[in-house]
Design a protein around this ligand. Sequence first.
Ligand code: ACM
Length: 278
Amino acid sequence: MTESSNLLRVGAVQTNPVFGDKQANQKEIEALIHGHEADLWVMPELALTGYEFKDRKEARELAEEIPDGESTQWLHKLCRDLNCHAVIGLAERDRDEVFNSCIIVGPDGLIGAYRKLHLFDREKLRFDPGDRPLAVYDIGKARVGMMICYDWIYPEVARTLMLKGAQVIAHPTNLVMPYCQQSMRTRTLENRVFAVTANRVGREERDERVIKFTGRSQILSQLGDMLAFGDESHSSCLVAEINPAAADDKRVNPFNDLIADRRSEFYLADPERVRPGR
Ligand code: ACM
């Protein structure tokens, strides 16, 4: 096998969705990726519905079942037509529950789904917290782990995906704070994994609340290098070619290895918290 056959083209689609208009948002994604080639596309959180649901009822109405809902079916067709894989964030309905989820899909259909573990701000009024373990999926050319937006603030998430074998972290986002992009460089460095953060731009004004999204989608190497990035305000499409196997080398120098040097006997899973003043 040649070296180039091991390479993976990863893409981040930075969108500006119209709230509630799934078809317009599908069309925007199709137009953005038209003329670009990637083996793995990553699209934003809640990419087809928009973000700022008025309440849980509205989130539930726009949510869909996985894999039977129209968004999963649309993405399956896209992956089949383009012979690629893709990760997208979407609102998931499962009986009475509603999750802020993402899915990984390939030419043969759904491969896996993830339900956001760490809900941000008013998401807590609209969604149920994720109830499934973090998982890594082998798509042939790479092992891919998924996390959603605010999961970035918990280093445990990226670390767990790395320990489960992820070479690439697919990270759909709807970021509103300015810290994630920088933090993800640390997540990639401390875990030696590639990361594709696909963010959105634009604003949503609903019930007199205005939310502005920060763009600056990025593709990072396993050493924290910026391979491609978007701006703050325009829809765009970024692509970079990576060698996923580089993420398997956890050696820092002849004496240090990121995994072998862990002192997990000292890292309690849920240490007794020290609360100053109590
Ligand atoms: C976020 O988690 N959407 C900020």
